[in-house]
Design a binder for this molecule. Sequence first.
Ligand code: B4P
Length: 190
Amino acid sequence: MLNLVLFGPPGAGKGTQANLLINRYNLIHLSTGDLLRNEIAAKTKLGLEAKSIMDKGNLVPDNVVIGMIAKKIDLNVDSNGFIFDGFPRTVAQAIALDNLLKEKKTSINIMLSLKVEDIELIKRLLKRGKDSGRSDDQDKNIITNRINEYNNKTAPLKEYYSEQNKLREIDGIGPVNNIALNINKVIENL
Ligand code: B4P
């Protein structure tokens, strides 16, 4: 199995690059952001709770996202592997993911960390807010809170994967296809 973590601040290009990688390597794409937005669209109890948290730019509780990912891994154990997009976002999520994969006798191969400065992140997300109407991309203060949540709770995961020699940093600025080429090079070198 090839198991990748796509990592980076909100708006770094995780979802964008994941969409290119799934076709190239025939992997299952697991985006906790998409899974949560599906729950919101279906107006489930979980979705209603998640919406108020996401609209403030805060992280959804660990047990909620870990439960969603565990279910999806179970459903796809015979796949070529997974792209984890926007998960893990806390050390507790990373430990849970390692344990879930260990149960399936597999592990994370690599964490691809996209590097983009804050000013560009804000510009991209406000543009997506305008184009898509996504509610957490509409307001600069909410976007800034998402970036703060990333810096406080998510960025420390770089250390977690670096200690396992799995962290690879990629420049996330520039044309989407150039970034994809650099990601492919890292994967081909595995
Ligand atoms: P996500 O859905 O994961 O959203 P994101 O991090 O904001 O976006 P992403 O990084 O995928 O967007 P992309 O760069 O592709 O999370 C949303 C919320 O859900 C979180 O705030 C949190 O509340 C909750 N949540 C999700 N997972 C969670 C977890 N594990 N634990 C707790 N809470 C969780 O795209 C951004 C824009 O940039 C696009 O418009 C794209 O076209 C553009 N873009 C991409 N690459 C570009 C490039 N190279 N140049 C110019 N523009 C580019």
